[in-house]
Design a protein around this ligand. Structure first.
Ligand SMILES: [Zn+2]
Length: 154
């Protein structure tokens, strides 16, 4: 497997959690007698750019099937947290209509709704591959953000 960010061959395991069925997947009554499908749950770290990432064994359409159970906006306490978080970071970083917020793995947009309420421009992606495939400029912005975080915290 190659790094999603820099394409370096991944050789370092960050954590190996054994195997697990896909999260939030239901088992039908008819399938209860069958062995549940499990997949390796291993997280790798790139020794070049330090991006931590899962190995993918389940296809996206299998993971997020029509009966997928979890959406972040179902939790009112989580929504309260998200709203408070946006208030704090927008104040701390002076975010306004000249700023740009980019969220990756945006789930159902539970967080960005509060960014939008503040009239802060935003981009929403569910996967890094969407950025790379559709918009090279956003990919450059993302890489700059990752580089900034790497210098600040590593
Ligand atoms: Zn990398």
């Amino acid at each position: 497997m190659r790094c999603r960010h820099c394409s370096t061959e991944l050789t370092n395991t960050f954590i190996d959690l054994g195997s697990s069925p896909p999260s939030n997947s239901y088992v039908s009554k008819e399938a209860l007698k069958d062995v549940e499908q499990c997949y390796p749950l291993r997280v790798m770290v790139c020794d070049h750019c330090w991006l931590v990432q899962t190995e993918d064994f389940v296809k996206v359409d299998e993971m997020f099937a029509s009966d997928y159970a979890y959406y972040s906006s179902y939790s009112t306490s989580w929504l309260d947290h998200a709203k408070n978080y946006v208030e704090k970071v927008s104040s701390k970083f002076y975010l306004n209509s000249n700023s740009m917020v980019v969220e990756i793995a945006a789930n159902d947009g539970y967080l960005l709704q509060y960014v939008k309420d503040k009239n802060i421009p935003l981009k929403r992606y569910n996967e890094i591959s969407e950025i790379i495939e559709y918009n090279k400029m956003d990919c450059v912005i993302l890489m700059e953000i990752l580089e900034y975080l790497r210098h600040k915290y590593l």
